[in-house]
Design a binder for this molecule. Sequence first.
Ligand code: GCB
Length: 593
Amino acid sequence: MKMKNIFLAFLFVSAFLFGQNQIINIHNRNTISLNGEWSIIIDPYENGYYNYRYEENPNGYFKNAKPKSKTDLIEYDFDTADKLIVPGDWNTQRDDLFFYEGTVWYKKSFDYKIQPGTRTFIHFGAVNYDAKVYVNGMKAGEHTGGFTPFNFEITGLIKDSDNFVVVKVDNKRIREGVPTVNTDWWNYGGITRDVNIITTPATFIEDYFIQLDPDTTGKVTGWIILNGDKTEQTVKIKIPETGINQDVETFGEGWGSFSFIADLELWSPGSPKLYDVIIETEDEIIIDKIGFRKIETEGTNVLLNGESIFLKGISIHEESPVNGGRAHSHEDAEALLNSAVKLGCNYVRLAHYPHNENMVRLADKMGILVWSEIPVYWTIKWENPDTYDLALQQLVDMIVRDKNRASVIIWSVANETPRSESRLNFLTNLIEHARSLDPTRLISAATELTYNGRTITIDDPLSFELDIIGANQYLGWYSNSIEQINEFTWETKFNKPLVISEFGAGALYGFHADEQTRWSEEYQDAVYREQLKMLSKVDFLRGMSPWILYDFRSPRRPLPKIQDFWNRKGLISNEGKLKKAFYTLQNFYNSIK
Ligand code: GCB
């Protein structure tokens, strides 16, 4: 009954709010990659979309028109236009687009062979921020939100030969957006993640949820959803290594729920066991690698598979230490997560938006626990229903994509949001949705604290709704001196675990001075030493993710010669050099068993 309610909540959210559903696990499907060179047209005035009366132009650039005679006037041409690599942001591919915020049109041609009885979808890992997608000159759909995947069915638009896809990408910041206009990270524009054409059978496995039952030991529970006409089938769930071969009846709208006893080796950072899980319908076989683990809290403790765990973490932005710019590849994920492991981490906070799927897939393999977040950041428009829908859509899409990843233990709904009634309603509603979609993970948010003299009080009313209280504090950087940090004591109104989601200080790699000198590695290191001393005395502290693994680009950080548009709070510089504080945190983590 419970699973049915979960499913109904899911169905409601996906069907009525978004009108179309996300296909998951696309890497194990029949796909054609559209990654590579795309032709682009930079269009700051949106001439390719609006006519001179500022009305939508039915013959916009998405038509990819060509002159039919020598007198024809067509003022654009994708064939002779410049190119950009997809996936990738435009800011770091061309100097003249470094600060650009606006529209760029992308176009790619591709061959496709239509197989009878199949359906075709186009899938984007992410496009920042607003995407309008056209196939062969016809609209396939549009999507808003820069960090979540989306797909459109193009069965009726695709041809059995040459095809072209055009995407209007617009990364203009808007006050009602999620995130809003004001952030501390670079607004990288473009088709920033993989693009794939997916071919499916007429009825296909769209989505599934397979996790340990949070309430019963040794039981696997979940559901599958078929999309198509043949919705009443017997679907098989197999875990060959354990001999599991479970029949699941789907009915009605194509969904079926299940739960079965299974003797499984549990996933943990020390032993990140993944099983091949096979889902088989009459027409299709989908394989996934899934780990099984249980995460819960008990008082101020976080329990992984029943045992108390301390989250030795670091915050990470989705920026590539390999090539710079927005990270997207498996290599980027390896570089980032290997650095976290070198630091001694068993946990990462993927700030401040859902990162690409390579990160969580690799975290699954490497045994790294993950906090995953939506960009409800600072002062968004709490009272605007469209803003709420956008936040909810991103939350749902994040959960839909990653709900089978054992590594992901925390969904975070917000970062440093100012207290108010409307914000509390907004976030409480998001949390209720998250819980209805996924009962197997913990909910958190990075909250702010109250300071009275040298006492820090955890008292954000949002904490009533959270499983783990995340809190950011910058003692020694934005307030108080380094010497004062260790004078602070903590009190809490909640019998819940505290995770310090951020603390930190800026340092320019290679700049050495005394510990009082801002931007020196010594200053940053002293902040870390004092913070760790102070935090070690907080008995309800169950983890931390200091700010941040690598220096990252931010338009808020113009200080010449020091910042030059980099936030310098990284423990590693943007060139990959380790700062003094890296070793301080590494020693601290290595001393915790
Ligand atoms: C914060 C924010 C983070 C910023 C950081 C900073 O509290 O959550 O996004 O980058 O502080 O460096 O100021």
